[in-house]
Design a protein around this ligand. Structure first.
Ligand code: TYM
Length: 359
């Protein structure tokens, strides 16, 4: 069974972009019964953006809650927090020794984000290495992400290849994105929907708020008045229709927009109906889960315990091919002292007498 792995930063208030671009695909893939699902709340990645330490734990729990509310069943998939599994950070360092700086500086997200700061933190540059470690640690082959993360995924694939080539070992399979990747623009119609841009519809926004936000959302700028035809393909409302509306409604709004048969208000009203079909059950489940924080914590604890098992098995392999002591619980590395009771490291050859004590 192929493993799917994906994650989200606990930035608080997961939004429609997160849901339509990624979370909904996770649920569909998991429900197909063809995949083993591992879903992570990537709290360490969130250090690359401004954050309030006192809020991080609550946001981490809220993110896990939304995974569950959206349909990730912890009985059938692992849900855990990145910082609970230390192997992610160990592997990140090892991968950083096979990854290329040139590949990192080419990342669009790095270029965009580094332009916003005078002094760029190293974590912003090495962010994709941690993401590669997240994926490769679980030997995931399918990684459902939104369009904005596909480049990082390609980096993970290249890094897997560099590692396997350097150590002449077939440790990591190459992860692939889901063939259908979406990019949902924000309500401003300009940039991608993103918490930092304040252009989002939160998955847990009440219906009234969603209605108000959709009502004010940017559409095809050509449609200044109702009788001017538009181009659905350039309109973010239409992109959302393609993600959530039934095919007959998608055709109806596309035709209506091109022929000016319907106005943007009509198109938005239909979108709102389709969105509510998706959002109502998520809100309802989230409301129940929010009253059960201990249940979420238990899911995260169990998830971390299971994730650690997989991660430590992979790290054994990694350490072995890299020439480290694979058994980190074994004897400490270093020459065996004469008369010492310590057993040599597994697989280590006896130290020739003339090499002992050589400086
Ligand atoms: P993050 O937290 O920014 O976003 C989480 C997921 O939501 C998708 N997404 C979108 N999709 C479409 N339109 C949008 N406007 C939109 N906004 C967000 C993202 O593509 C992503 O799939 N680096 C990742 C988190 C990560 C990860 C991983 C993902 C860390 N390690 C390993 C997969 C595998 C990120 O920043 O996602």
């Amino acid at each position: 069974m192929a493993t799917i792995f994906s994650g989200m930063q606990p930035t608080g208030g997961l939004h429609l972009g997160n849901y339509l671009g990624a979370l909904r695909q996770w649920v569909k893939l998991l429900n197909s019964g063809e995949h083993k699902g591992i879903f992570c709340v990537v709290d360490a990645h969130a250090l690359t953006i401004d954050y309030e330490p006192k809020e991080l734990l609550a946001r981490t729990r809220e993110t896990a809650m939304v995974y569950m509310a959206a349909g990730i069943d912890p009985e059938r998939a692992l849900i855990f927090v990145q910082s609970d599994v230390k192997e992610h950070f160990e592997l990140q360092w090892y991968l950083s020794c096979v990854a290329h700086v040139g590949e990192l500086t080419r990342m669009t997200q790095f270029k965009e984000k580094s332009e916003q700061h005078e002094s760029v933190k190293a974590g912003l540059l090495t962010y994709p290495i941690l993401m590669a470690a997240d994926i490769l640690l679980y030997k995931a082959t399918l990684v459902p992400v939104g369009a904005d993360q596909v480049q990082h995924l390609e980096f993970a694939r290249d890094t897997a290849r560099h590692f396997n080539h350097r150590y002449r070992a077939d440790v990591f399979p190459e992860p692939k994105p889901h063939p259908l990747t979406l990019r949902i623009k924000g309500l401003d119609g300009q940039a991608k929907m993103s918490k930092s841009r304040g252009n989002t519809i939160s998955l847990l926004d009440p219906p009234k708020t969603v209605k108000k936000k959709i009502g004010g959302a940017f559409t095809d700028p050509a449609r200044v008045t109702r009788d001017i035809p538009g181009t659905p393909e350039i309109c973010n409302i239409y992109t959302m229709h393609t993600a959530v509306s039934p095919p007959d409604k998608v055709t109806y709004v596309a035709e209506g927009c091109r022929t000016a048969g319907i106005g943007c208000g009509d198109c938005k009203a239909i979108l709102l109906e389709s969105l509510e079909v998706e959002l109502v059950p998520i809100r309802q489940k989230a409301e129940v889960l929010a009253r059960e924080p201990a249940r979420i914590d238990a899911v995260l604890q169990d998830g971390a315990a299971e994730a650690r098992k997989i991660a430590s098995a992979t790290m054994r392999e990694v350490r072995e091919v890299m020439g480290f002591n694979a058994d980190t619980m074994g004897a400490p590395p270093g020459p065996v002292q004469a008369g010492s009771q310590a057993s040599p490291r597994p697989g280590s050859a006896p130290i020739p007498p003339d090499a002992r004590g050589a400086s």
